[in-house]
Design a protein around this ligand. Structure first.
Ligand code: HEC
Ligand code: HEC
Ligand code: HEC
Ligand code: HEC
Ligand code: HEC
Ligand code: HEC
Length: 499
């Protein structure tokens, strides 16, 4: 079987070899996946992305080589008797070439279509996003699996629908793969993500603003750092929506996403300090600007700050990757296991051990244990003798929680990725609601403790005080700090408590 003369050149040879090897490899991989049912992200990567890329390369090189050779022939570098552009179907060489070319092309086109469809699905899969570059995405992937969105794919929030965002995100993905291989990616990954798709096009596919949000009861349990790990309870009635369904989004926390108003603000890069807020009433067209006169951005920052329209992500910035603070996860651990809450001084010992940032997972594992054990051996040796079994078991649980919420190698923890809902350990809502942002008419963005929630119950477990669901009571701080909680933002003390 003979092929056209132009085929005989090194570029086309190379193309043929690459395409041939790629075909064999592809058939091998496909057999592994479909015949032997092997489920492995690396197999998928090679089958649907790497091998097809080589296949395309091979199939491009063959005609390229032929084209170049023809050009040379034409220039007369070698005068030939060949009828370059005449198709002589009587010539068996041409017939063979056309046949081979058509069969291969049909096969090629079909497999490219199927392949790119598979590749599309594959690159949108949770495995692709979360597992493939495990070192980098591990923190987000683990937090995601423990979140209310564990059944929503990464792409539903990060990519959304449409070819434009698909291409955009894959282009930026290519750059990241490059950085990943060079090891030059930032740790932690910077946030907020600048070109995250707007909430309108992602969150609102599943949670639309017009939907009625009822109020919700939120029960919190805390354990103080004293000998009895004294339990303290608060029950909050969160005013997520307005007081009645028929009022729509006219009031309450989700008033901010009422389609009739537009809130814009200017903040620093991390969006943890807000400098300027504007409300636009879309019905009447009136605008109100709120500013905090004591808070002035440095000129270089002021020049850079852009207006950002407030959306879901300005409060729900950790919908699926929440990294909780040690005080939060230790409280939850103790609330869930009476055995741990019964070990005297355990809250205090755990918080002491979780204070320091650790540089590696291994050092965290040994140090957390050593610190808690040392705490008891030095201060309460008798207690340690008596209950070391319970203490060691509790340490295992603390470490498990630590590894769900802190990732030393990626420098990921709650303070690297603050959560903007609430106001205890980060400023969250108090970034705006601090009684300091004033409008020209003197109105402030309120910090009134009953604006966003009412306290329905609070106190030690043996002496909880309750009011009716529509009543409210004044906040009592679990330990006596006078009026400091009224004057100072909670975060001013609370983000330093255990550091
Ligand atoms: C419910 C929506 C949602 C889902 C599902 C989701 N993410 Fe996110 N992701 C977000 C939001 C919102 C942010 C924070 C954006 C910001 O602060 O700018 C974020 C941030 C990130 C970041 C930046 C680092 C950080 O923690 O801020 C990475 C990396 C990331 N996500 C990876 C993933 C991976 C991998 C998956 C799937 C395993 C996933 N995400 C699933 C909404 C989501
Ligand atoms: C593909 C659908 C989908 C998308 C997209 C989505 N969510 Fe959700 N969301 C859910 C489901 C399902 C739940 C769980 C409901 C439940 O447990 O009752 C949920 C729960 C929540 C909750 C309640 C969490 C809790 O603790 O109970 C919040 C808040 C939330 N989503 C915010 C967001 C935000 C913000 C985004 C955009 C970044 C988003 N969601 C995108 C489907 C989605
Ligand atoms: C970017 C600034 C900003 C942030 C951040 C912010 N708010 Fe607001 N909020 C406002 C403004 C402005 C108003 C309207 C003030 C006014 O006109 O009285 C408001 C009003 C409210 C109201 C009263 C709505 C009504 O009329 O019934 C509630 C409740 C509320 N916010 C809750 C919250 C909660 C909860 C958070 C944090 C999760 C939060 N806000 C974060 C700017 C903000
Ligand atoms: C001003 C801040 C703010 C904005 C903006 C905001 N939310 Fe919320 N959202 C909250 C707070 C606060 C809660 C109650 C959380 C809690 O109890 O801890 C909440 C609760 C929810 C819940 C759970 C409701 C339930 O019944 O438990 C969902 C779902 C939700 N928000 C979705 C959204 C979506 C979608 C958007 C954007 C369209 C959005 N939110 C915008 C502050 C906000
Ligand atoms: C602008 C809205 C807003 C205002 C004003 C506000 N809170 Fe809150 N508060 C919240 C939200 C939202 C949460 C829920 C946090 C979460 O979901 O983790 C919260 C949580 C709390 C909690 C539980 C703490 C935790 O995170 O475990 C306490 C206690 C509390 N608030 C007390 C107060 C007191 C006291 C005041 C008055 C000085 C106040 N709040 C003013 C929005 C507000
Ligand atoms: C002057 C400093 C200070 C301020 C301001 C402050 N706190 Fe505290 N808070 C403390 C200290 C100290 C503790 C005791 C910690 C312990 O024993 O574990 C504490 C404990 C708590 C606890 C129990 C926490 C736990 O995890 O055990 C809650 C809840 C709490 N504070 C809520 C608030 C709220 C809400 C605000 C703001 C309205 C606030 N605090 C403002 C100093 C402060």
């Amino acid at each position: 079987m003979k092929l056209p003369r132009s085929f005989y050149n090194y570029i086309s040879y190379l193309g043929t070899i690459i395409a041939f090897i790629a075909w064999i490899t592809l058939i091998f991989f496909i057999a592994q996946i479909y015949v032997f049912r092997i489920e492995n992200v690396y197999f998928d990567l090679y089958t649907f992305i790497v091998t097809p890329a080589f296949l395309v390369l091979g199939h491009v090189l063959i005609p390229l080589g032929m084209y170049l050779k023809r050009k040379k022939l034409k220039k007369g570098i070698q005068v030939s008797d060949e009828k370059l552009f005449v198709l002589n179907l009587r010539d068996s060489r041409t017939r063979n070439a056309i046949m081979i070319f058509s069969v291969v092309t049909v096969f090629f086109v079909i497999s490219t279509v199927v392949g790119s469809y598979k590749a599309f699905h594959y690159t949108e899969s949770i495995e692709f996003c979360g597992k493939l570059c495990h070192k980098v995405m591990m923190p987000e992937y683990i937090a995601y699996q423990n979140s209310p969105h564990a059944r929503v794919t990464c792409a539903e929030c990060h990519v959304g629908e449409g070819a434009d965002f698909y291409v955009k995100s894959k282009m930026s993905g290519m750059r990241q793969v490059w950085k990943y291989n060079l090891g030059t990616y930032p740790r932690p990954i910077p946030t907020p993500i600048e070109n995250l798709r707007p909430a309108r096009e992602t969150c609102e596919k599943c949670h639309w603003p017009q939907k009625f949000y009822t109020n919700a009861l939120r029960k919190e349990k805390y354990f103080l750092a004293d000998s009895a790990n004294t339990e303290w309870n608060i029950l909050l009635n969160m005013k997520i929506g307005s007081s009645h369904q028929s009022l729509g989004l006219s009031g309450g926390i989700h008033w901010h996403i009422n389609p009739d108003v537009q809130i814009d603000y200017k903040a620093n890069n991390k969006r943890d300090t807000i400098y300027w807020v504007r409300i636009k009433d879309k019905k009447t067209g009136t605008e109100t600007i709120y500013k905090d006169d004591e808070l002035v951005a440095k000129p270089e920052l002021a020049a850079k700050m852009e207006e950002r329209g407030m959306d879901c992500m300005d409060c729900h910035n950790r919908p699926s990757h929440e990294f909780r603070s040690p005080s939060k996860y230790v409280n939850e651990l103790m609330a869930g296991q009476n055995k741990i809450a019964a070990i005297p001084w355990f809250k205090s010992a755990a918080m002491e051990a979780l204070k320091l940032p650790y540089n590696t997972t291994d050092s965290a594992k040994t140090e957390i244990k050593n610190k808690i054990v040392a705490f008891y051996q030095e201060k309460y040796p008798d207690l340690y003798k008596k209950s070391n079994k319970e203490i060691l078991l509790a340490i295992n649980d603390v470490e498990d929680e630590y590894f769900k919420n802190a990732f030393p190698e990626m420098k990921v923890n709650y303070s690297a990725y603050p959560r903007h809902i609430g106001h205890l350990e980060t400023n969250g809502c108090f970034r705006c609601h601090n009684n300091k942002f004033k409008s020209p008419s003197g109105k402030v963005i309120s910090k009134d403790c009953n604006l966003c929630h009412t306290i329905v119950a609070q106190g030690k477990s043996d002496s909880i005080k309750y009011v009716g669901i529509n009543g409210t009571m004044t906040f009592v701080h679990p330990i006596d700090i006078g009026d400091a909680w009224k004057e100072t933002n909670c975060m001013e003390c609370h983000n330093k408590l255990y550091q």
